[in-house]
Design a protein around this ligand. Structure first.
Ligand SMILES: [Zn+2]
Length: 421
């Protein structure tokens, strides 16, 4: 029998394997020792993270050896045993990213053993204090989600000790963070580029927000969660360099008739002259803010149940340079309006839509998008594979079509995907 190394050089095998899914790579790996060595090459596991839940107690030494060979740098830990956490620190000294789920205060003491940590996420944990990272200045990314025993003010005072943070996410903190505290966070963390906040209800009808002395915030990305009440209209004056704005509204305006979040949205968009990415989940009707969307926008995500053809035309008029569009109107449907997308957004390179209730002809009309490189389908349908193949033929196989099921990034927060999906 011919040895695989005589059939193809290892670089070519490596390239072939780069097209395989994680499950497929696992199958190839058990074929022979030569393939096992090739499959474990670090280039095939770049940006891959592993979930460690210790189902049968400690892992065997060869398991850690495999992870070290692949140069794994990100781990999700689902264990409440400090011994397991110490095992990870000792076995994978090169770890730079750690997600801890369901841990307690004693577990957090083990963080001192991770000497190269740069990114830390703590989720659904029974911890009562956050003063546990031995070298807080080393962290550049910090995410805290669902920590029921930690108060708002303790959270803020704890996170501001991480003076080199470039990214900070505070999700589902007991009472949320008052919006006005953004100013304090930005002042304490001068290198912050990305901030994600679950904001709380203000005590007054409008949270006080003083921008009389704007600081030199370097923030380029802001995510706000669960907003269903008035926010300060002048807030964007403090963050003029924002390139990405994400707004997760708790519900649409029709469910909270007393509030008008749309007025804030319109004002905020008017103040963001460098905005290139906008993500809006539910919230006000599109017609309430569409005229304020800046023409600099390249990437738009709308997850909104009420979206008419008039809305689509108005959005297109405001975004002449749009290259990426993610349009999800579930539980309503785009239907025949899909046929208008090539005319309204001719520069699209990436498009994400649902397939349900889109007539076959209108779906195939998407081949008119001359620059489209990736089409992402957000739902499943038995007819989809056949139609996708026809669409690919119409585009001379230029188009790459992604269909469900999608693999979730294990490092990402479930609370965010839960709000979106
Ligand atoms: Zn979260």
């Amino acid at each position: 029998m011919v040895h695989p190394s005589e059939l193809l050089p290892s670089e070519v095998w490596n390239h072939v394997f780069s097209y395989l899914s994680e499950a497929e790579k696992s199958c190839v790996r058990v074929a022979c020792t030569y393939f096992r060595k090739l499959i474990d090459h670090p280039s095939l596991w770049r940006n891959w993270s592993v979930v460690l839940d210790f189902p049968n107690g400690s892992y065997y030494p060869f398991f850690w050896e495999t992870l070290r060979r692949r140069k794994i740098t990100g781990v999700v830990l689902r264990t409440s045993k400090s011994k397991h956490i110490e095992d990870v620190a000792w076995s994978l000294p090169g770890l730079t990213t750690l997600v801890m789920e369901g841990c307690d205060a004693a577990n957090l003491e083990c963080l001192k053993s991770f000497k190269n940590l740069k990114s830390l996420a703590i989720r659904s944990a029974d911890v009562v204090h956050l003063s546990m990272v031995s070298q807080p200045e080393q962290l550049t990314h910090l995410s805290l989600c669902n920590l029921p025993y930690i108060g708002t003010y303790e959270t803020i005072s704890a996170v501001t000790q991480f003076t080199n943070l470039a990214s900070l996410s505070l999700h589902v903190i007991t009472w949320g963070i008052p919006f006005s505290k953004i100013r304090c966070i930005l002042a304490s963390l001068p290198k912050l580029k990305h901030l994600a906040l679950h904001v709380s209800f203000p005590r007054s009808s409008r949270d006080d927000f003083d921008v009389s002395e704007p600081n030199a915030s370097q923030l380029t990305s802001l995510e706000l969660f669960a907003m269903s009440y008035p926010l300060p209209e002048n807030a964007m004056k403090l963050m003029p360099k924002l390139k990405r704005l994400t707004m997760y509204y708790k519900d649409g305006p029709q469910e909270r008739p007393g509030n008008r979040p749309q007025s804030v949205m319109s004002k905020w968009l008017s103040d963001l002259h460098e905005l290139s990415t906008l993500v809006i989940v539910e919230g006000p009707l599109v017609k309430e803010y569409v005229a304020s969307i800046p023409a600099t926008l390249m990437d738009l995500t709308l997850r909104i149940s009420k979206f008419s053809l008039e809305d689509m035309v108005a959005v297109a008029a405001q975004t002449p340079n749009l290259q990426r569009l993610h349009l999800d109107t579930w539980p309503s449907h785009l239907g025949v309006n899909v046929s208008q997308i090539p005319k309204l957004f001719p520069k699209l390179k990436r498009l994400a839509i649902r397939f349900a209730h889109v007539p076959e002809k209108n779906f195939l009309d998407l081949h008119q998008l001359q620059d489209l490189e990736i089409l992402e389908i957000l739902d499943s349908h038995p007819d989809l594979p056949v139609l996708v193949q026809r669409l690919r033929i119409l585009t001379r196989y230029r188009l790459r079509v992604l269909i469900p099921p999608y693999q979730r990034d294990v490092l990402s927060c479930l609370c965010v995907s839960g709000m979106y999906c």
